[in-house]
Ligand binder design. Sequence first.
Ligand SMILES: Cc1cc2nc3c(=O)[nH]c(=O)nc-3n(C[C@H](O)[C@H](O)[C@H](O)COP(=O)(O)OP(=O)(O)OC[C@H]3O[C@@H](n4cnc5c(N)ncnc54)[C@H](O)[C@@H]3O)c2cc1C
Length: 380
Amino acid sequence: MERNVFTEEQEMFRDAYRKFLIKEVEPSRESWRDAGIVPREMFEKMGEQGFLLTWADEKYGGLGISDFRYQQIMMEEDATYGDAGFFHTLHSRLVGPYLTRGDDEAQRMRFIPGAVSGKCILAVAMTEPDVGSDLAGIKSHAQDKGDYWLLNGSKTYISNGINADLVIVAAKSNPDNPRQIGLFLVERGMDGFERGRNLKKMGLKAQDTAELFFNDVKIPKENVLGDAHKGFHYLMHGLAEERLISATGSLACAQRAFDLTRDFVIERKAFGQRIADFQNTRFKLAELRTELDMCQVFIDKCVEVHNQGKLSSEMASKAKLYATELEGRVTDEGVQLHGGAGYMDEYEISRLYTNARISRIYAGSSEIMKEIVARSVLDD
Ligand SMILES: Cc1cc2nc3c(=O)[nH]c(=O)nc-3n(C[C@H](O)[C@H](O)[C@H](O)COP(=O)(O)OP(=O)(O)OC[C@H]3O[C@@H](n4cnc5c(N)ncnc54)[C@H](O)[C@@H]3O)c2cc1C
């Protein structure tokens, strides 16, 4: 399907980014998977080329490009030439923007340039062993001790958890009001901040998803993001973009899974004909191609609306719900049409399949997305 949404300059950016991935990422993917982590230097290499926090203002070392099309291009290229476990998008576009929410210029100057260069790797820690979707139930808490805040609690499933130099930690900040949380900037090396296991996962093998522990960590006042009681507000602010990121990435991976499957069924033969010639295969591919094209049109529209600052929570939730569910369907059918090969680790489709399983759970599960969409349908 012809798309006509990218400018010539953006296509040049795509070309440069693709070359970077082919040179720096593709050859190392296997060793990262084995190690369960992406080497820190990769963030610096991305930073040197201007590929991190592209939205950041030039005074912080960024390119000042907030146009989401550039991020979309990066995610589309990542699906083919990158590695799904290299969470530079989380660093750049999910966590980085939090640093602008506090409205504290000195704080921005302390952290954003390091994040742009890739020397300061970012993570955000909300989920706890007993709480994920229902953030109001977190137990981590911070006490105001006058000169500093005292942070206690534990977090789990934290992306970039081992590599992170700066973790934005959500914790309750008012014992009299359990609905008030703050976002605390915890730096590598602070006393009482410890990392637990780098968790073994079904997919995203190169991603360092970890447990984090905070025992009487003294958080200086200048490491509080904005108002210590407005954490929910700061978290909500970026939700539409976070869902769009998830949707865009999932659709790109689904497109990749489709292309691999199409190539495979054209090559492979059974009962004297190509797998592609069975009516079942033709119909499956026709259905998936139709859904992918329809989803692509919707996501491209969401990006356009987002660039105008008008992407609503419902629209972003529909995009995330549909694209992640579609990614699940395409990768599942892809494995099926590959036959036994689809179950083998050496075939990329098997990795796309296992990687895809988390898309419907994190960044707001499909059930939570349905709740948001249902609210807009029934309660407005
Ligand atoms: C690879 C990976 C990376 C992650 N990275 C991060 C990270 O960087 N930072 C971070 O803070 N967290 C991270 N997470 C955690 C992730 O965000 C949570 O797993 C997710 O929010 C779901 O929470 P939960 O696991 O506690 O599931 P639960 O909230 O316990 O949900 C269990 C099931 O109940 C359903 N459910 C819950 N509430 C409702 C409802 N109201 N209506 C209907 N159904 C409902 C859910 O949809 C789900 O199916 C990561 C997780 C993984 C696996």
